[in-house]
Design a protein around this ligand. Structure first.
Ligand SMILES: [Zn+2]
Length: 106
């Protein structure tokens, strides 16, 4: 196993920063950043991304297809509750006591 990942940000190689510049004079490129794997990121999502922006770019590009294909939600979920009871005057949403009805199946 290598000790780094190439950043998974789909536009990492298009961001104009000096540390991404590689190659010899006359044929320079902007290259995807390497993300070193270390004890701070080895068990987190940060081993795949060089920055918050690259993580957001990835989510924007791939989250919708991932959720729609792998975890489609075709109907709403529901939690059975007892009839809500007013506490205080009931002027705000949190002036209601809402409890789960454990006798009904979920
Ligand atoms: Zn990146």
């Amino acid at each position: 196993m290598s000790n780094f990942n190439w950043c998974h940000g789909p536009s990492c190689h298009e961001k104009h920063t000096v540390d991404r510049v590689r190659g010899v004079k006359g044929s320079k490129v902007l290259r995807t950043r390497k993300v070193p794997i270390n004890r701070w990121n080895e068990n987190t999502i940060w081993r795949f991304f060089c920055s918050t922006q690259c993580q957001l770019d990835f989510a924007t590009y791939h989250c919708a297809e991932f959720l729609e294909e792998r975890y489609p939600r075709t109907e709403a979920l529901e939690t059975p509750i007892n009839d809500p009871k007013k506490t205080n005057m009931g002027y705000r949403w949190n002036d209601w006591e809402i409890t789960v009805d454990e006798t009904r199946q979920r």
